[in-house]
Structure formats: C-alpha cells, structure tokens
Design a protein around this ligand. Structure first.
Ligand SMILES: [Zn+2]
Length: 424
C-alpha cells in the first residue's frame, strides 16, 4: 500500500509554514472545524528588548479526517522555529511521571519476560527517566532523543542514547546493524511528529517478530469533552482517538491489541499497545465501539466542541472585562504553551491581566508571546495581592491551591477558564 506522506505532498504555505491539504495519516480529504486564528509560537517567550522586533505568527486551523478519524492541525511550522532554544524540560523533574514510568517498566519486564538478551527502545527518551528502570533490571536499552542536553544527561546515568529524530530511515539503519526491539516505548511523542507515517513505519521495521510497541498520548476525547482547546498548538500536529490509531497501525502492518486510560495524567492519557500480530484484548473492541457510539468518528462531534470553545472565549472575556470595570486586579498563573494558546485566542493582554507568575526561573523576566504579559516569580502574588488569579495551568489547580494557601487565605480567588469560566 502506498505511504500517503508523499501523496499528501503539501504545497500551500503561510509565511514559511507548510499547509497540509490532505490527512497526515491516510491522505484523505479534511474538514476544518476550528480556527484559533493567527497564533505566535507558544514557547517563544520574549526578552523585553525583543518587543520591537516582528513576532512570527501562524494560522492555527484544526481539522478532522472523515476517512480515518484523525484530528490534526493544518499548519507545519518549520522545526527550527518550533523547537526553540529554551527546550529545558527534563522528565526526571516530574515526580508523577517518574512513578508512572517505573510502574510501566516493572510490568513490561514481568509480562514480556525481559532479560539480558532483550532490547527495549524508547523514542523521545529524554533524560533516561524510564529506561533507567530497565537498566536496573539488567535489560539492554537504547534511547533515541534529538535534544542534546537530555541525551547527554541520559548517557551520563548509563542509558545509551542516540541524539536523533526517529523515523523509518533510522529504524532501517538500526535493523541493518542487527537491532530488533522486543519493546518500543513512545510516550508523548507521536503527536509531535509531522511525519506520522514514517514514524509508525519505523516502529514496524524495528520491532522484533513478536515485539510490542506501547504508545502514550493525550486522548482527543478528553480534550473535546473537557474543552481543553488550549492544548492545541503548533507543536502538536495530531490529536488521537483509538479509531485513528487503529487505522494508522494497520496501514503499516501493526495491530492495536490493548488500550489503557490514565484520566489524571496530562489531562487524560491513553496507552495503546501495538503488536505485529492481531491479538486484541477486550478493551480494543470496547473503545472502538464506544467511539463510534459517542460520535467521535464523525465531524459533528468536533463542530459542537468548536462552538463550545467560542462560547468559553466570549464568557471569559466578559468575566474579565466586568471584573476590571469594577476596578478589580487580576494576575494569571502558568506561562506554559497552553497558557499562550489561551491568552492569545481569548485576547488577554496587560490591559486586563497585570502579570503571569511561573515557578520556572528561566521564564521569569520574559514576556508571553503575542499578548506580552510579563512573567514574574510567584512570590509577587503575596506582595501585590491581586484579587483574582486566572489559572492558565488549570490542570495543576490542586497543586497551585496547596502552594498558594496564603494567597487564598488572605482572600485571593482563583478563576478557572475551562471547561467553563468560573470563579472558585
Ligand atoms: Zn485520514
């Protein structure tokens, strides 16, 4: 079967972005259901002296493929612009993720009977946070991650790591060197790859005959049902359902054999287990049937979501406007990519929100892209006591409440933007 990457040869451009004209997975016709407008790059925080320079913006249109159910954005921003130099995320800093990964590794070792003759490959292995567990169990591993600092950190803790992007070509090279993986783990990476077919083809090339691939990504159903539209940005090319993963896997001779749901991980994550043979457990038919029954395989589901997104936009701007007109002060919490989508889509600038706080010291002193809210240390909250705090990082609401007990104790109030704007 032809691989549609070539079929979908995208031709239009928006600035230096490539605009997809066909589905990234099957090459089918797309239906656009949501346009978020011209957006700055979500992680491109500005230094104050950069305010006078032109800031690149790209349209952000979201589409559904009626043929294979894949939700995707149309615009491909060039990777050298997209993954800017402040890529400073080290997985080992996230205790929840470290625990989740260690459990997963322990289970794989036991269930697959992994030992000194096995090979576990992880794509986007970051600083070795997951593969370390296999190394400790005496299982040979190979990490693959294009980020040099993270790969260096992994190598330093004894997790051999290649500093490269994973695709079919790399998989062919590794196989030619005699490497076949018993397990491939790919967590939170499939959405970030613009060359989706080459990625999955690579999995099928590198897997051993009875090998399995486990893939984790946020679930498009959670995104839609909870109106998490702010998790849509240019770094995320695709938003997966089980139906879309099933179609994608089959095209490359792989089969969806198991599905697990982690509702509290990153706003709702699924783990898909793919194999070279079709041996599905009960979860597969259950999920596929539930997706058909709930409408997830039809564009109407996503059009309704889009109306809800526009409703949130008007309700939130109205809420903030009326608070400001009563003379209230408002700050925001969380200068991450999703915060950038939210403030730029809703149009929240310094006339409404005084500043954003973020615990990442590398972000403090910089400005949010697009609406240019200044980013400050969270300690400023107690010094200036804004009456309201808009939680851009709403997914960490409980953690922020814990951290900001004193702010709340002195009468500060939280505003959550989704699933509907609300003062807590
Ligand atoms: Zn498609």
């Amino acid at each position: 079967m032809p691989v549609p990457e070539a079929v979908a040869a995208a031709t239009q451009t928006a600035g230096d972005a490539i605009v997809q004209e066909h589905c990234r997975s099957c090459g089918g016709e797309l239906e656009v259901f949501l346009s978020l407008g011209d957006m700055p790059l979500p992680d491109a925080l500005l230094r104050p002296e950069q305010l006078t320079l032109p800031e690149p913006r790209y349209p952000l249109d979201v589409a559904f493929c009626p043929s294979c159910s894949l939700v995707q954005i149309l615009q491909d921003v060039p990777p050298e612009r997209l993954f800017v130099d402040n890529y400073l995320y080290f997985s080992s800093f996230s205790t929840g993720l470290v625990r989740h990964s260690a459990e997963h590794a322990r289970r794989l070792v036991a269930e697959r009977g992994l030992g000194p003759d096995s090979l576990v490959v992880e794509i986007a292995s970051n600083d070795g946070y997951l593969l370390r567990n296999f190394v400790e169990a005496g299982v040979p591993v190979l990490g693959i991650d294009p980020a040099p600092q993270q790969a260096a950190a992994a190598n330093a803790v004894g997790v051999p790591t290649l500093t490269e992007f994973f695709d079919a070509e790399l998989a062919r090279r590794l196989r030619a060197e005699g490497k076949r993986a018993d397990v491939i783990v790919a967590n939170n990476v499939m959405a970030h790859t613009p060359t989706l077919n080459s990625f999955v083809e690579g999995l099928s090339i590198l897997l051993a005959d009875d090998g399995i691939a486990t893939i984790e990504n946020t679930y498009v159903k959670d995104l839609v049902d909870h109106y998490e539209f702010d998790t849509i940005y240019h770094e995320h090319f695709c938003y997966f359902s089980c139906s879309a993963v099933d179609a994608l896997a089959r095209r490359h001779g792989l089969y969806l054999n198991g599905i697990e749901h982690f509702p509290s991980l990153q706003g709702g994550t699924l783990r898909w287990r793919l194999g070279t043979r079709e041996t599905p457990d009960r979860s597969v038919a259950e999920y596929l049937e539930a997706e058909r029954a709930s409408g997830l395989t039809k564009v109407g589901y996503y059009r309704e979501f889009a109306s809800g997104v526009h409703r949130i936009k008007s309700e939130l701007s109205e809420l903030l406007r009326s608070l400001r007109s009563e003379g209230k002060t408002i700050a925001a919490y969380g200068a991450a990519a999703k915060g950038s989508t939210l403030v730029n889509f809703v149009g929240i600038g310094p006339e409404t929100v005084d500043y954003v706080v973020d615990r990442n010291v590398h972000k403090q002193g910089l400005l949010m892209p697009g609406t240019h809210l200044p980013i400050r240390d969270p300690s400023v909250l107690l010094e200036t006591m804004p009456e309201f705090l808009l939680l851009l990082a709403w997914n960490y609401k409980d953690e922020i409440a814990e951290q900001q007990r004193e702010y709340l104790g002195r009468g500060g109030r939280f505003i959550v933007p989704v699933p509907r704007p609300e003062i807590l």
